[in-house]
Design a binder for this molecule. Sequence first.
Ligand SMILES: [Zn+2]
Length: 236
Amino acid sequence: MKDRILAKRMEVIKDRQFGEIAVKRHWRTMRVTVRARAGRLVAVAPLGVTPREVERVIDGHRDKIARMLEASPRPSCADGKAVESCWLSVTVRTGNVRRVTVTRDGCHYALTRPAGAGDAVVGRAVAACLKHRAHEVLPGMLDELARRWGFVYTSLRINSSKGRWGSCSGRKSINLSASLMLLPRHLVEFVMLHELCHTVHLDHGDAFKRLLDQCAGGRRAEREAELRRYSAAAWG
Ligand SMILES: [Zn+2]
């Protein structure tokens, strides 16, 4: 459940080179980190750090941040292929329609938008396609992995989070992001195993890491590095 007391106001830094950088505060964070998500930069900072200090961290890592941005292009809402993954494809075209319409053939979604429909409208429709497909794919996969490894979880929810692939509560209820539909299968499985391991160990301590490594065939570090190269798309 979302904790409203901890809900944070979004801060934005305007950078001469990178444009707007969203700053998110997190009480658990010890230092400032910067990530690229679908062509946008997000800085995660501890509660007490000033915007000036965040700027200093950005200043110290300009080359690295530029490379990160390059590896994380902003998804296009222009006509053409908007999404192409092993789970689904979404194509966008402009047609003689009054509102965005979606037709589907297998795992191919075809989206038609009226002339003049903005990127936000198309983005929401693409996000809906991801979520639709996620509801078909994720529950069965999670079930199968849980059974294979003997994990027990109480419920699964699928959200449209762009910042987190998944989470698991103390009550063993798992949340997964529909953005997982942009990842290859082995990484979707890895995110699921991560959350399933939280049904045994809630923190990311050594016992958690050992268990996840075991479930991932000794490739935990490799998978985590691979996952960092992907960014959830900024749809919607
Ligand atoms: Zn975790």
